[in-house]
Design a protein around this ligand. Structure first.
Ligand code: MTE
Ligand code: MO
Length: 424
């Protein structure tokens, strides 16, 4: 068995990943349900074949015909993209700190399953436990000590379409603009507590939650149920099994009855409709940490860059694309900025395409795992199109660059977005 008692800091993505990759290549890690050959093939395909976003959009339009989302998706609130629904930023104008559930984005690999809480059980098993498998029922979980906090969930591909439209480098995957993020107040049980009751040992290295939604078929490969391992240190740190969102039982589309919630990590970590959790004394793999959610492309090694964990810094205006304002009017521009690596410290806005930057006024106390609402006043004087831009900096010094380093699957876009406005 591989000794990782000297494991690197779990928050050091690069170190964690390098180790896992080495273990996998040397056969020391298990890739559940995926043969080594398929995984290599997938890695290769993901790195070399870039399907333009245009083609993906056509496929999305076809798939939208049998969209498996339960809640209504009115056009004022959402843009439908394949099996997913993106929040429209203008629909957040006037809403509070938390994204109302009626406009919270949905990212489904297949479709929302209808699960009955009475029949639901969470099965915890694996070589990292002292004893055999253990099961938890819904009421049992709800009776355990709970914790409540606010955190955003953001898809790793949020902003992906800007690789194409702003940088001329199309990436594969859902062509999100900036609306694949939502902020909610979550209530649940600490995963650490569940693992403790299940008898987790010091040998445990990875924890893999699996969803109860349908198996995911990509191309001709059945990749099995949606699942992605977490390093044990993160699992024992701030991860919860959430059963409430904004004070209500989790809605079906967001993981009812129980989902994993991994603050500040890419959305795929937060497995919805969780049905089982494997606790393993050996490193685990799934397609979601090998061929997906890694950085692949010209700037990265052939086997792929780091396994993705924390989100990047981003900003968005609560405005429609091509919003119209009147020349000479005083306009208050509202927006929000967030980061997975620290609190947002500062937001600057340019209303002249990036020459002059002014500091926006922050309306929230910057918090970890949260966004900050801000505004800035502006009096446009000339008619025509302008591009407004917002740039945030977080407490670790991460700021938004002019250009994001391209990766073929379009993850972690972090560049300043040029938002067009028509001054009339
Ligand atoms: N079981 C399961 N969990 C899942 C997914 C999924 O398709 N199935 N999608 C993941 C992805 S890619 C994201 S971005 C988030 C989205 O969460 P939301 O739909 O509640 O906004 O859920 C994650 N958890
Ligand atoms: Mo995602």
């Amino acid at each position: 068995m591989t000794d990782i008692s000297s494991a690197p800091d779990p928050t050091s993505e690069a170190a964690y990943d390098r180790r896992r990759l080495e273990q996998w290549l040397s056969g020391g890690a298990r890739a559940d349900g995926v043969t080594r050959r398929n995984m290599l093939k997938l890695l290769g395909a993901a790195g070399l074949v870039a399907v333009p976003v245009g083609a993906a959009a056509i496929a999305d339009a076809v798939a939208a015909a049998d969209l498996g989302i339960v809640k209504p998706l009115p056009v004022e609130l959402f843009s439908v993209r394949g099996t997913n629904a993106e929040t429209k930023w203008e629909a957040l104008r006037g809403t509070g700190y938390h994204t109302p559930i009626d406009r919270f984005f949905v990212r489904n690999h297949t479709s929302t399953p209808r699960i009955d809480e009475y029949g639901w059980r969470l099965r915890v098993f694996g070589s990292g436990l002292r004893g055999g498998p253990m099961e938890f029922g819904y009421d049992e979980l709800r009776r355990m000590p709970s914790t409540t906090f606010s955190a955003f969930i953001e898809c790793a591909g949020n902003g992906r379409s800007f690789y194409d439209t702003q940088q001329g480098e199309p990436a594969t995957g859902t062509a999100w603009t900036l609306g694949a993020i939502g902020m909610a107040r979550w209530r649940g049980v600490r995963l650490a507590e569940v693992l403790r009751r299940a008898g987790v040992t010091r040998d445990a290295v990875d924890v893999m939650p699996t969803g109860l939604d349908d198996e995911y078929v990509s191309g001709r490969l059945n990749l099995g149920r949606v699942r992605r391992p977490l390093p044990i240190a993160k699992a024992l740190d701030d991860v919860i099994l959430a059963f409430e969102m904004n004070g209500e039982p989790l809605p079906p589309d967001h993981g009812y009855p129980v989902r994993v919630l991994v603050p500040s990590w890419i959305g795929i970590s937060s497995i919805k409709w969780v049905g089982s959790i494997e606790v393993s004394a050996e490193p685990l793999y799934s397609p979601w940490n090998t061929d997906f959610y890694r950085l692949l492309g010209p700037a990265y090694p052939p086997a792929g860059g780091p396994v993705l964990t924390t989100q990047t810094v981003k900003s968005a205006f609560e405005l429609p694309w091509n919003a119209t304002v009147r020349a000479g009017d005083r306009v208050r521009l509202h927006g929000r900025s967030w980061s997975g690596s620290g609190r947002v410290r500062q937001v600057e806005v340019s209303t002249d395409g990036g020459t002059l930057w002014r500091r926006a006024r922050l309306r929230d106390i910057p918090r970890r795992n949260g966004w900050v609402r801000w505004h800035i006043d502006w009096r446009p004087d000339r008619r025509g199109q302008v591009q407004v831009m917002a740039r945030a900096t977080d407490s670790t010094g991460h700021s938004q660059p002019e250009k994001s380093v391209f990766n073929s699957q379009g993850y972690l876009f972090d560049a300043v977005v040029r938002h067009p406005i028509q001054v009339v």
